[in-house]
Structures are given as structure tokens and as C-alpha cells.
Design a protein around this ligand. Structure first.
Ligand code: SF4
Length: 292
């Protein structure tokens, strides 16, 4: 099956180790990914994660890979990737050839990749370096975006990196797939307590503006129930009532072939119905992203 540019998101590019451009639905254009997880380290094992398959397959090899990246290499790869995007050279490559004209715009640098980026000991240094590079080569309207699973917000190095992101015109997109504790444990498959994720979101949204992003999916034939959506709304309102600055919600579904065969995307009607419930139950600006 041929994937469209927004579905084809491998976290590698040419012979680069750290930096990879993608065409992103949520950014509405080209997003330059920064992969701070060479050892694919994550404290979640999401059922929809494409990297899980490689984590299992390459377990022995990955345990020997250094968790550190080469910051000089990051510097060089950012420069070369920006050049390839701005010159348009990238759109002559097979993977990007069908990118719609209006999406051939560099929108952001996204700290994301093959694991949880804030687990990298170099997260704050990498943010500083990419922010400086962005200021040297581009305009500050090209944002810095952290895509995080919301597990480390209280860690000092995460706080430093997030402070810098927000000061340098960036955004924090915080994952929250837990419609309730059961859904959280069955989708994200982590030993981190559910209530800790909620506390982290309260902490983060009290310190920085954040967007919350939530995956809705079909698990075998089961779709999210009304009770689960009601629980989700109650939690969002709880976070907001504690002073949380939630600037928006991104509700999305599976867009790329998932590794677990029982997981599939919700259709447009199902996603719209969920979004309508959420809009009715919260005062939050809500965007929906379908599978295509
Ligand atoms: S948090 Fe992200 S990288 Fe980690 S398992 Fe989930 S989808 Fe994969």
C-alpha cells in the first residue's frame, strides 16, 4: 500500500541519525523531527506505537546503544535539513513528491522521535541548540514543539527544557490517552500510575500553556464508550479548574499502520461524535484529525 506524505513518517532521513522531516497533519506542513532517543527508550509501550515493534525486535542491540546524541551532528543535520526544505529539493524525493502545495511550508521543529524525548539527558541542551539554529536560519514563527507523553513534567531537566521552549515561542503538546485508568493501562501500558499523569498535567498547565492530545482508537471491535468519554471530560475539567492553561485539544486517531493487529482507526463519523461530546462538556478549543 502506498502511503501519503502525512502517513509516511519514518524517523530517519537520508543518512542522518537525529533529524528527519515529515509532512505533519497536526502542523499543517513540514515538521522537522528531532529524535533524541537513539536507543528508542520510552516509559510507555503504547499499543499504537510503531516503534514498539523495533524495540522488541532489536532489544539486544538497543541495550548497547548509547542514549546520548552527538550535539555537533544535531547542529549539522538541522542545517542541512532546513536547506533541503527551503530550497524545495526535498519535494523531488519519492517520499515527499505528493506533498500538496499549501503544505510545502516549514512549520516547526518537533522534539519527538523513537521514544520519550524528555527522558534524554540532553533534552534541555538540544532545545537550546535547535532554538538558536532556528533564530539564526529562520523566523521565530517556525515553532519549537515538544511532543511528550506527560510522564516527566516535574523533572528538573524537563522543566528547564520546557521553560526554554515556551520562552522561545514554542508549544508543548502533552499526550493524555487515559479516558479512565483502565483505558490508560490498556493503551499506554505503563507502570506509571494514572493519577500521576493527571497531577503532571495539572502541574504543567499551571506553569506553561499546553495542548492536550488524545488518541481515540478501535480495539478489536470496541470503540470508546459514552462512560469513557464522560470520564475524559470530567478529568479535563478537573485539570482546567485547578488553574490549568489548556490552549486546545487535539483529538486524533490512528493514521499510520499500527503494529498491533487488533488496533485500527475510528472513522470520521465516530471521531466527529466524540469531538461533539467533548466540545459540549468542556470550554476547550478542539481540533479533530482523521485517519487520512
Ligand atoms: S509514548 Fe510515544 S514513543 Fe512511547 S510508546 Fe507511546 S507512542 Fe511510542
Amino acid at each position: 500500500m502506498k502511503l501519503s506524505p502525512t502517513q509516511n513518517h519514518p524517523s530517519f532521513y537520508r543518512k542522518q541519525d537525529i533529524v528527519y522531516p515529515v509532512v505533519s497533519r497536526r502542523s499543517g506542513g513540514v515538521s522537522i523531527g528531532i529524535n533524541l532517543s537513539p536507543s528508542k527508550k520510552c516509559n510507555f509501550a503504547c499499543t499504537y506505537c510503531q516503534v514498539n515493534y523495533h524495540r522488541l525486535l532489536e532489544k539486544a542491540v538497543l541495550s548497547t546503544v548509547s542514549p546520548k546524541i552527538d550535539l555537533d551532528k544535531l547542529n549539522k543535520e538541522v542545517e542541512e535539513t532546513v536547506k533541503a526544505v527551503l530550497s524545495g529539493e526535498i519535494f523531488s524525493e519519492e517520499r515527499f513528491r505528493e506533498t500538496p502545495f499549501e503544505q510545502r511550508v516549514l512549520r516547526d521543529f518537533a522534539f519527538s522521535g523513537d521514544g520519550e524525548p524528555t527522558l534524554s539527558p540532553q533534552f534541555p541542551d538540544a532545545v537550546r541548540l535547535v532554538a538558536q539554529k532556528r533564530d539564526d536560519l529562520l523566523h521565530e514563527s517556525v515553532k519549537l514543539v515538544l511532543i511528550t507523553n506527560s510522564t516527566t513534567f516535574r523533572n528538573p531537566q524537563t522543566i528547564r527544557g520546557c521553560d526554554e521552549i515556551i520562552e522561545r515561542n514554542g508549544e508543548i503538546w502533552a499526550k493524555f490517552d487515559g479516558l479512565n485508568a483502565n483505558v490508560y493501562h490498556s493503551i499506554n501500558r505503563s507502570s506509571i500510575p494514572f493519577e500521576m499523569i493527571i497531577d503532571n498535567l495539572i502541574f504543567a498547565s499551571s506553569r506553561w500553556p499546553i495542548k492536550i492530545q488524545t488518541m481515540f482508537l478501535r480495539n478489536d471491535k470496541t470503540i470508546p464508550s459514552r462512560e469513557e468519554i464522560a470520564s475524559y471530560i470530567e478529568i479535563l475539567n478537573r485539570i482546567a479548574s485547578k488553574g490549568g492553561n489548556i490552549t486546545g485539544l487535539q483529538l486524533y486517531t490512528v493514521a499510520r499502520p499500527p503494529v498491533e493487529s487488533n488496533i485500527s482507526a475510528l472513522n470520521q463519523v465516530e471521531m466527529d461524535a466524540i469531538a461533539e461530546e467533548v466540545r459540549k462538556g468542556t470550554c476547550l478549543s478542539t481540533e479533530v484529525f482523521y485517519s487520512r
